[in-house]
Ligand binder design. Structure first.
Ligand SMILES: [Zn+2]
Ligand SMILES: [Zn+2]
Ligand SMILES: [Zn+2]
Ligand SMILES: [Zn+2]
Ligand SMILES: [Zn+2]
Ligand SMILES: [Zn+2]
Length: 257
């Protein structure tokens, strides 16, 4: 079942749209993708976010795309969230700054690690799922219509709690047109990506700090790996032993055996 919130924007369907047959998608050109509906959670190979329900799945390997990611149009004109500039679809994310922080989506506030619509004229960008949201919408979580509030600069939305997750967090927020109910855009996305429809609670996301630490250690490991590759076998082993013993050995001090 399609949530009513999705009806407003509505991507035009892909020219190679599926009719039970496979489609060939440039993000996974080696195998055809078939449109299927499965209740379990998946990670979209395009936008790198969670999804459930309708998807385009590879029958040969683990690659899956949200339906709205698979059928993203190349441009969005007059989008209600950024109507004054044209938004262009990009399959590749902007690179993470210093390998640590990804660019943030201007709607949900989460990092953008894959497919995104980006403005040519300014820094605005958003996930394909966020582009499916509308400024005014009805979500099954609340009986009244909600309206998207203007972007605020505070990271916690002025301390307003969300009726869905009860947390204070960044990103745009919806507010009820009748009562005091608030809903994060990031929580509204779970009504678009199939998680709510399939009764899947949003998986716990690692904290930004944890992600930064993990990415940082990955950079160190890659750096050391590159260093070892650049050395002779014996020297590489000596370097590894020194690292294991907790000593920091610079390349300059390593003498050939
Ligand atoms: Zn996706
Ligand atoms: Zn495949
Ligand atoms: Zn977003
Ligand atoms: Zn713009
Ligand atoms: Zn929330
Ligand atoms: Zn209300």
């Amino acid at each position: 079942m399609q949530p009513s919130a999705a009806a407003g924007v509505g991507f035009p369907s892909s020219p190679q749209s599926a009719s039970g047959e496979g489609i060939t998608h440039y993000a996974h050109s080696k195998h055809p993708l078939v449109e299927v509906t499965l209740s379990e959670l998946f990670t979209c190979g395009g936008c790198k976010e969670y999804g459930a329900g309708r998807r385009f799945a590879c029958q040969d390997c683990d690659f899956q795309l949200h339906d709205f990611c698979a059928t993203s149009p190349p441009v969005l004109n007059n989008h209600p969230f950024h109507g004054h500039h044209q938004l262009v679809f990009h399959a590749k994310p902007k690179s993470a700054k210093g390998g640590i922080s990804w660019p943030r989506c201007d709607v949900c506030g989460k990092s953008s690690k894959g497919f995104a619509f980006r403005c040519r004229a300014c820094n605005f960008q958003m996930h394909p799922c966020c582009a499916m949201l509308t400024t005014e919408a009805h979500f099954p979580a609340h009986p009244h219509a909600l309206r998207l509030l203007p972007a605020v600069s505070t990271t916690t939305n002025g301390g307003v709690a969300c009726g869905q997750c009860s947390k204070r967090r960044s990103g745009r927020m919806y507010r009820c047109t009748v009562c005091e109910y608030h809903l994060h855009a990031v929580c509204a996305k779970d009504f678009i990506n199939g998680l709510q429809a399939n009764g899947i609670p949003p998986p716990e996301r690692p904290s930004a700090l944890g992600t930064a630490a993990r990415l940082a250690s990955q950079v160190v490991i890659e750096f050391i790996g590159g260093l070892i590759e650049g050395l002779g076998e014996g020297m590489g082993e000596a370097l590894v032993q020194n690292i294991v013993r907790g000593r920091c050995v610079s390349r300059r001090r390593i003498q050939p055996p």
